[in-house]
Ligand binder design. Structure first.
Ligand code: ZN
Length: 477
């Protein structure tokens, strides 16, 4: 049974979908105005694991993720600049070009991190009519009012507005005396549609019944989630920073339109710290995947580093911590490579018991790991279970390891953790296998020169040998 911590109920809830066997999910996607940094990637790694765990639980998953390519302002209070226009000024290109550049960068990063593509990846700029339609309905139902800079949502008309984030609206009101926007009726009110500023030609702007402008950031998620997944989602995901404003506003808009609950489960992941503090450009600690690569770390090293902590706990990134994850991944790869040197039928009679024991550990590890994952995606615990199986494999003589058990084990880890162990340790050619056997014969005959020559030839092919008491093993690391 899968249990997930639901922000809506503030409790660990059994996961039950609206349609048995079908799970619908919406993930708030990136704002594509600059190079994504490691802090941005955390949520996508977390939710990729969620998808994989849902699939392990035999759900057919339909996920929608948006690309925010318009309307996300530098301030949550509906003022400040559109991040896309800011990116355009910085790079001397149009906002459209900025969107294209960083959407591509995001997709490249997704591939490098081995993140599963969502069934529907959709851009805010391609769903303007749907967003205008929502504002229209909200207007007809009396939830909106105009100001000089846009159409706003009147949060006082939605009595449960404060519930989701447990907001203290009185404190908000008191704290809002210095509110920049004097025309807002309530401090939490937010823009559904912003007008293009007088005399300014924006790169991105559209006609609407209220005037030329662009949609508010929160609106796109409501519009695209409901467009593709219907009025009620099974799961909506995001970062914890989305709870008080972005997700609260999504709920207020969507539920005011449909009169139905917007999402049954809300999952939020904690932030990443870098060197013990918040990531920031000025501190120079908001590394990109390219920065990690320059120091010799792969995106998959980073992926494993993130999975080593629970999604609801704040994780601290340091290069020492990343190095530990890198070493773990290298070790797992070399253990995964052992599967090519094992057979299903080579067990001596004497070894049957201990062979049965070790292969039993290997075969039962996925089940135990899934149990941990079904307990609110406990990835660190699941990895510990797998580590114990890795230890058992490493300690066992090769002849006691069953090929099919190892193949299954490695494939399961890749399915659920996306570490590409199988791909990093491909089989070797028959000719290379022949050379390994020839070298073993040379060693038996104490022909060290021939043995070394064969070893060097294999190394030149990227196949490295290690002589162990259980026999000679090879890997590609
Ligand atoms: Zn969103």
């Amino acid at each position: 049974m899968l249990k997930l911590y639901n922000t809506l109920t503030r409790s660990l809830d059994e996961f039950v979908t609206q349609t048995p066997g079908e799970a619908t999910l919406y993930t708030c996607g990136p704002t594509v105005y600059s190079e994504p940094h490691i802090g941005n990637w955390v949520a996508y790694i977390r939710w990729d694991t969620l998808i994989r765990v849902l699939r392990q639980n035999e759900y057919h998953v339909t996920r929608v993720m948006n690309i925010t390519d318009v309307g996300h302002l530098t301030s949550d209070a509906d003022d400040g600049e559109d991040k896309m226009e800011k990116g355009a000024r910085r790079e001397g290109i149009t906002a459209w070009e900025v969107a294209e550049r960083y959407t591509n960068r995001f997709l490249e990063g997704m591939t490098a991190l081995n993140l599963l593509p969502p069934e529907q990846l959709c851009k805010a700029t391609e769903h303007i009519p749907q967003q205008i339609a929502l504002v229209n309905i909200l207007e007809q139902k009396g939830y909106t009012y105009p100001t000089s800079d846009g159409i706003y949502y009147d949060t006082s008309k939605f009595p449960t507005y404060a519930d989701f984030a447990h907001l203290d609206l009185t404190a908000l009101r008191e704290g809002a005396r210095v509110e920049a926007n004097k025309e807002k009726r309530n401090p939490a009110d937010f823009a559904l549609w912003k007008f293009s500023p007088e005399g300014v030609k924006r790169d991105m702007e559209w006609d609407s019944p209220w005037g030329k402008g662009f949609p508010g950031w929160h609106l796109e998620c409501s519009a695209m989630a409901m467009e593709y997944l219907g009025d009620t989602l099974d799961i909506h995901t995001g970062g914890i920073d989305h709870i008080p404003v972005h997700h609260t506003n999504e709920i207020a808009q969507s539920e005011a339109v449909t009169g139905k609950r917007f999402s049954n489960y809300w999952l939020h992941c904690a932030h990443l710290l870098s060197n013990g503090t918040k990531l920031s450009k000025s501190l120079g600690n908001s590394y990109t995947l390219d920065d990690l690569a320059k120091k010799g770390f792969s995106a998959l090293d980073f992926r494993l580093f993130i999975l080593q902590s629970h999604y609801r706990t704040e994780t601290n990134f340091t290069f020492e911590n990343l190095e530990a994850a890198h070493n773990r991944l290298e070790r797992w790869r070399s253990i995964a490579a052992l599967r090519w040197q094992t057979h299903d039928t080579l067990v001596d009679d004497d070894d049957k018991d201990s062979a049965g024991r070790v292969n039993g550990i290997i075969l039962s590890a996925p089940h135990a790991a899934l149990e941990a994952l079904n307990d609110d995606l406990n990835t660190p615990e699941a990895l510990t279970v797998l580590e114990r199986a890795m230890d058992a494999i490493e300690a066992a003589p090769l002849k006691r390891l069953q090929h099919s058990a190892l193949v299954e084990f490695v494939a399961w880890i890749d399915d659920v953790f996306g570490l590409k162990l199988a791909q990093s340790t491909p089989d070797i050619s028959d000719e290379q296998k022949q050379r390994i056997l020839e070298r073993e014969r040379a060693r038996e005959n104490k022909d060290w020169k021939a043995s070394d020559t064969l070893r060097d030839k294999l190394a030149a092919d990227g196949v490295y040998l290690k002589d162990t008491p259980g026999g000679t093993i090879w890997n590609r690391l």
